[in-house]
Design a binder for this molecule. Structure first.
Ligand SMILES: NC(=O)c1ccc[n+]([C@@H]2O[C@H](COP(=O)([O-])OP(=O)(O)OC[C@H]3O[C@@H](n4cnc5c(N)ncnc54)[C@H](OP(=O)(O)O)[C@@H]3O)[C@@H](O)[C@H]2O)c1
Length: 310
């Protein structure tokens, strides 16, 4: 029976929510952080350090490991780090749930089920694809969860960016031609915990049911929080000059049949009011660079990407 869970990236958005929910339902939880310790993440771990990963997993002896830690464009963190976590999990006979991404697709085919082969077109997607390959080779019994934009509780990167765009803290725009199937962070956390206690092996798409553009998602968020959607600047990938996947929709039929958790769509969860605590908690903004306002575009690899200072 699974009773002790190790969550890498326990200080991150998904990791912290997963750790909180795991603790609430009675698991013994050990969360890791790299730079920012958190109440649910007290073990410092750099997943680039193979022996540190091994030492921690040997010491904690978890029944399951949920690997949410990730860097942005850093190959060593995303790909090598995932391989280190997989190798140590296998050595300790711990069940592994690895978090992957829809970023490993180009968008050329629009709809992607679990049989789809990665065709990444930018470095973060390539590193996530390499991570999957490593994890599946090292631990064929691992669950590899491909997911999409994570938000819904007010703390997601997209939610923070939209607030910052509306208040003018950052300059940039949300893309009208970048379509994803966003997932509520609680739905995803519950799915990861369900998988941690089960025996599903291989790739599973866990995303929301509604395809929505980044811009429309920003509008939904603004309305939910009583902000003015007209203040959100719109742009297109086509005119940005950036090479990014446009329309990537993860097919979730299999998840619906194998998981108990109900995966909601953005048009459902983004129209529900936020609990007061969520609104009060997340006053963090994206950092300013050198005090000057920067021109920033939303991309899937980073909450904000500087493409040229004003
Ligand atoms: N955010 C999205 O919309 C989205 C979409 C699809 C897939 N995903 C995937 O979902 C997972 C979670 O994403 P998230 O948005 O919750 O991430 P996040 O909030 O950016 O958190 C990243 C976590 O990874 C940790 N970390 C970074 N470098 C590390 C290293 N070298 N060693 C150990 N830990 C390290 C961070 O620790 P510190 O903060 O303490 O430094 C933090 O806990 C990732 O695998 C990501 O690829 C995210």
């Amino acid at each position: 029976m699974t009773s002790r869970i190790l969550i890498t990236g326990g200080s991150g958005h998904l990791g912290s929510r997963t750790a909180e929910r795991a603790a609430t339902v009675g698991f013994s939880v050990v969360g890791t952080y790299l730079r920012t310790p958190a109440p649910v993440a007290g073990e410092r771990l750099d997943i680039c350090d193979r022996s540190a990963v091994q030492e921690l997993i040997e010491r904690v002896r978890p029944d399951a490991v949920i690997h949410t830690a990730s860097g942005r464009d850093d190959w060593h963190v995303v790909a090598d780090g995932a391989a280190h976590v997989a190798a140590a999990s296998v050595a300790a006979s711990a069940r592994l749930v690895h978090v992957s991404s829809d970023a490993l697709f180009s968008g050329r085919n629009v709809e992607y089920d679990e049989t789809a082969t990665p065709d990444p077109i930018y470095p973060y997607g390539a590193a996530k694809a390499a991570a999957e390959t490593a994890v599946r080779a090292i631990d064929p019994q691992a669950a590899v969860v491909r997911t999409s934009l994570i938000l819904g509780d007010g703390h997601g990167q997209h939610e923070r960016l939209t607030r910052d765009l509306i208040t003018g803290h950052v300059h940039g725009a949300l893309f009208t031609d970048m379509i994803r199937k966003p997932v509520h962070v609680f739905d995803l956390a519950d799915a990861l915990l369900e998988l941690a206690t089960g025996d599903y092996a291989g790739i599973l798409n866990v995303a929301g049911t509604d395809p929505v553009s980044r811009y429309d998602l920003g509008v939904l968020m603004a309305r939910r929080e009583g902000l003015d959607p007209a203040q959100i600047p719109a742009a297109t990938i086509a005119h940005s000059g950036l090479r990014l996947p446009t329309d990537v929709r993860l097919c979730t039929d299999r998840a619906t049949s194998v998981l108990n958790v109900r995966l909601r769509g953005a048009y459902e969860f983004m129209t529900m009011p936020l609990p007061k605590t969520s609104r009060q908690q997340d006053q963090r903004s994206l950092p300013r660079h050198g005090g000057a306002r920067q021109r920033i575009w939303w991309t899937p690899t980073a909450p904000a990407r500087r493409v040229g200072a004003r």
